[in-house]
Write a protein that binds this ligand. Sequence first.
Ligand SMILES: [Zn+2]
Length: 482
Amino acid sequence: MLLALAACHGQRTTMSVSPVTMTQIMTPDNDLDTIHVAWFVDHHRTTPDATLVLRDGKLRDVRLSRASDAIDLGNVAIVPGLVNAHTHLEFSLLPKPIPTAGDFAEWIRSVVKYRRENPDIVSEALRTGILESTRHGTTLVGDITTSGWSISDYAESHFSGVLFQELIGLSEDRITSQLNSARSRLEANRSINHPLLGLSPHAPYTVHETLLRSSIDMARQFDVPVAMHLAETESELELLTDGTGCLRNLLEEFGLWKEGLFGIGQRPQWYLEKLAECPAALIVHGNYLNDRELQFIASRPQMTLVYCPRTHAAFGHPEHPWRRVLEWGGRVAIGTDSRASNPDLSIFSELQFLAKSHPGISHLELLKLATFHGRRALTGSGHDRDGLANLTAIRLSDPGFRDPHRDLFAPENQVVGTMIAGHWRFLEGHLPIQWQCRKERPNAAQKCSLGSAGLQRTGGLFSLQRVLWKQKNQSSPTIMRR
Ligand SMILES: [Zn+2]
């Protein structure tokens, strides 16, 4: 974010890397095609003691009780794949959030400084962020991209989601170059439908009216979604209305302030009316939208409000208005925002946070925001693309678990599996299943197992050759029986 406000140069700083490793990502495998779990839960039904039948990567059936050939995953709930509707994966190497205690402009200064001092880490950050997202059960991501990335960073990491090219510009030259760059990206990838592409005019304080209008025209021409930060802070509203405050100071500091651009009494409503012309529009944050603006979003099926709960809390904003949008029949999706304002990229943790802070709301309602709504916002459909299964497996801490409405996002529950487009991309060692592995050296195949502490290395690096035994073909299966 805001990389374009200043040139990127300087020395790379020392940082720690997320503990996620490639050994935690499974090779594509469809052997796990009939599984038994304690619960199958989506936003409109709960099925205890469920057998899931997967064929050709698609969820074909959900049956009551355990089928005789089913592999038992134990006390696990399978839910539709979680969706992170808004993040910036380029900050995924940050070991902890940038302090948010000062004013918003101060936080932005720190973000820009970080990117200036780390110009060569984007590829590594993206790949780490994708792995971390998968590790947390996320099956679809809306990522804001700036510079220094390539499609291979995403494709080689099995990324599933939408890349929103960020556009920032207040001067004529800058606007032209940003639009040319975005158009080139869209044209070059016109025939590629994976990953999906989108556009992200950054925010009112960094996007000239001309850039916004042209971005929207381009989005219509290429039929791609648009994401824009809007009404994130009171200082943004102050800038739009009065042309004063800490964001004005910031723009002056970067030499971007121009008389007449701001302080002309605009409200976020002006931006919403423009964004409503997009094929799909994600309104990111919306922390300070008024009721009229919230109703405007709620009444337009192409618009989604994206709420980032822990980031919202970290900045100390007043209560977020997301429930009003739902009450008025609109759509709300959930995002983590980036590691610049959040300790991790876990949508599951966002849901646990919401469940704790809103004890009266059914966890199935929360699940809908992070699955159906998010998928609809990013892809135009709330359902799995091409029918390929996207699933998240949650280990239930309570052996007597009975109420998904109240306990699905209990604090001790945790994500233990992630299926993306019909392939298990992650399956945690807590599952009582034997794994077959091989060392990197050829002909060194051996068996290993996963213990409660995770993958047990048996000397040297190994990669997973086949994820699961074909247990149903084993004479004496080693899996846990319930
Ligand atoms: Zn953001």
